[in-house]
Design a protein around this ligand. Structure first.
Ligand SMILES: [Zn+2]
Length: 486
C-alpha cells in the first residue's frame, strides 16, 4: 500500500506534471495540497501555481476535480488516480523550479496527499530523468530521500506525508559533489551552478562547524545529511532546513565568489545544520507533527529561530571559522538590527512569533512587532550568559539544548514554553523567570542587560546615534583581554 507518483517535466513551459495513484478507497476523499511549508511560518498559497487537477475513473474517463476548500479537492468515490499540473519557475531555497539544466523540487509546494491517510508511504518516479552514463552530459540527483534506479529512471521512497514533504531534491548536469564523515555520519555537499572560489576551504569549514556542533550535542539525528546549494547567477539569499538536509540559495555568481559571500554561505550553513536538532527535532508542540492543512501559530519561534541564529554564529567561533573579532562583527550587526527596531518595545518576541503567520516575513507596520530571528537571538545570548555566570562557566545554553535534544528532540515530544524554561533553569541552578517575563513574553528594554552580559564575557558594549538617527554599537574586548567564551 503506497502512493505511486510519476513526475514529468515540460521544461519549455516550466511545468511539472504529476500522476498519482492512491490505494483504492470506496468512499469519496479529499486531495490535499499543503497550505504552508516548514521553515516559513505563514500561509503560502501554493495552490495559486496549480493549473488544473483531474481524476481518472476506473473506465479511463478523465474529469476536472472541484475544490472542497482553497487548498484541497473533492475526489469522487471509486477514483483513486489523480493528476495535476504545477507551474514551477521560482528559484529560492523553499521553491520548485524547472529549467533546462535544473530539476529542483520542494514536494511541500506541489505534492498532494489523501488528507485522511497521511501515513501512506510514497514512491516517486522521475520518469523523464535519465542519469546518463556519459560524463559530459551526466545528470546527477541530490536528495536525502532513499532512491534506486528502476528501468533506467530514479525512484525515490518516502515513509509518509511528513517525510515526503520534508525532502527536497535537486537534479542537474551541473552538480558538484563532495562529502565528509564525522562521528559516523556521512555529510554530502552538492553545489549547483557557481562553485565557491575556494572549494577546499569551503569543505574544511563545513567539517569544522559540523564537528563543533556534533561535539556539543553528542549525537546526530540521522546517519546521513545533505547540503543542497543553489548558486545561480541571479539575486537570491535564502536557506531552509529539513530533517536530513538543507537547501541554501545564494546569488549572483560574483557574490558567491566573494569573501563576503563565502562567509554568508558558511553562516547560513551553520545555522541550517543547527536546525537538524533545533526545530526539526526539538520542535514546538504546535508543529509536532506538522499540520499542513492550516495555519499553526506558535509563540516559540524565539527558540526555533532565535536560539538557532545565535548558536549558528557562536559555532562559527567555536569552530575557529571566525575569531573573536569576527564574532563581535556578527553580534554588532544583530544588535543594531535589534536596537533599531522599535517594534521590540511594542510586541514581545513570543507574540511576534505567533503573528509571523500574518506578516512575520515582511517589514509590516513600523514599530508593531519584533523578529523571531533577531530578538530571539538576543534573548538566547542573555540566557547563555546568565547560565554561564550562574554556573561559573561549567554550563551554558548549549548544555540546556543538549538536554532538550535528549528529552524532547530524540523522542520527538512536542515542546511547550514551560519545558524550555524548566530545562534552562535546571541547568542554571537558579530561576530565570525575569528573562522569560521581560524579554520573551514582555517588551522590556534590553540595553542594560546586554551591557552587563557582554561584560561577563570580557566585552565592552557601547552605543551612539548616527546622523541618520540610527543606533550604532561598538563591541570590543575589554582590556586586559578576557579569556575566550566558554
Ligand atoms: Zn532558521
Amino acid at each position: 500500500m503506497s502512493v505511486q507518483v510519476t513526475v514529468t517535466r515540460d521544461v519549455a513551459a516550466q511545468k511539472l506534471h504529476f500522476d498519482a495513484t492512491f490505494p483504492a478507497s470506496s468512499a469519496p476523499w479529499t486531495l490535499q495540497l499543503p497550505t504552508w511549508r516548514p521553515g516559513r511560518y505563514e500561509l503560502a498559497n501554493f495552490a495559486q501555481y496549480v493549473m488544473w487537477v483531474k481524476g481518472t475513473a476506473a473506465d479511463g474517463t478523465e474529469t476536472r476535480l472541484s475544490k472542497s476548500d482553497l487548498h484541497s479537492w473533492h475526489v469522487p468515490a471509486g477514483v483513486n488516480r489523480v493528476s495535476w499540473l504545477f507551474h514551477a519557475d521560482i528559484l529560492n531555497a523553499g521553491s520548485t523550479c524547472v529549467e533546462s539544466d535544473l530539476f529542483y523540487v520542494n514536494p511541500v509546494n506541489c505534492f498532494m496527499y489523501d488528507a485522511s491517510r497521511p501515513d501512506l508511504p510514497f514512491e516517486i518516479r522521475l520518469a523523464d530523468l535519465t542519469l546518463a552514463e556519459d560524463e559530459a552530459s551526466r545528470w546527477a540527483l541530490a536528495t536525502a530521500l532513499p532512491w534506486t534506479v528502476e528501468e533506467g529512471t530514479p525512484v525515490m521512497r518516502a515513509r509518509d506525508v511528513q517525510h515526503v514533504m520534508d525532502a527536497p531534491w535537486v537534479a542537474s548536469p551541473k552538480l558538484w559533489h563532495d562529502s565528509y564523515r564525522e562521528q559516523g555520519v556521512d555529510f554530502h555537499v552538492w553545489v549547483h551552478d557557481t562553485l565557491p572560489a575556494d572549494p577546499t576551504r569551503f569543505m574544511s569549514e563545513h567539517v569544522a562547524f559540523t564537528r563543533a556542533q556534533l561535539s556539543h550535542f553528542g549525537s546526530f539525528p540521522t546517519e546521513e545529511y545533505h547540503f543542497l546549494y543553489l548558486f545561480p547567477d541571479r539575486e537570491v539569499r535564502h536557506g531552509v532546513e529539513h530533517e536530513d538536509s538543507t537547501v541554501i540559495a545564494l546569488g549572483p555568481a560574483e557574490r558567491v565568489k566573494s569573501e563576503e559571500g563565502h562567509m554568508e554561505i558558511i553562516g547560513i550553513a551553520s545555522h541550517e545544520l543547527y536546525h537538524a536538532w533545533n526545530v526539526k527535532r526539538i520542535r514546538p508542540a504546535e508543529w509536532t507533527p506538522y499540520d499542513f492543512t492550516q495555519a499553526c501559530p506558535s509563540e516559540l519561534g524565539y527558540i526555533a529561530e532565535g536560539v538557532t541564529t545565535y548558536m549558528g554564529d557562536l559555532f562559527l567561533f567555536e569552530a575557529g571559522v571566525v575569531d573573536l573579532q569576527g564574532w563581535c562583527g556578527l553580534m554588532t550587526k544583530l544588535l543594531e538590527r535589534h536596537l533599531n527596531n522599535p517594534g521590540r518595545l511594542n510586541m514581545s518576541v513570543a507574540a511576534s512569533s505567533f503573528d509571523t503567520w500574518l506578516d512575520g516575513y515582511r517589514l509590516g507596520v513600523h514599530g508593531r512587532k519584533g523578529s523571531i530571528y533577531v530578538e530571539g537571538a538576543v534573548l538566547a545570548f542573555l540566557c547563555d550568559c546568565r547560565i554561564m555566570a550562574a554556573t561559573d562557566g561549567q554550563a551554558s545554553l548549549s548544555t540546556a539544548m543538549r538536554l532538550l535534544w535528549e528529552r524532547f528532540g530524540r523522542p520527538r515530544k512536542g515542546l511547550e514554553a514551560s519545558d524550555f524554561w524548566d530545562v534552562l533553569e535546571e541547568v542554571a541552578g537558579e530561576p530565570l523567570d525575569d528573562l522569560r517575563r521581560d524579554h520573551a513574553e514582555g517588551t522590556e528594554d534590553t540595553w542594560q542587560p546586554l551591557v552587563d552580559a557582554m561584560a561577563t564575557q570580557g566585552l565592552a558594549l557601547s552605543k551612539r546615534v548616527d546622523d541618520k538617527d540610527l543606533t550604532r554599537v561598538s563591541l570590543t574586548p575589554q582590556s586586559p583581554p578576557a579569556p575566550p567564551m566558554a
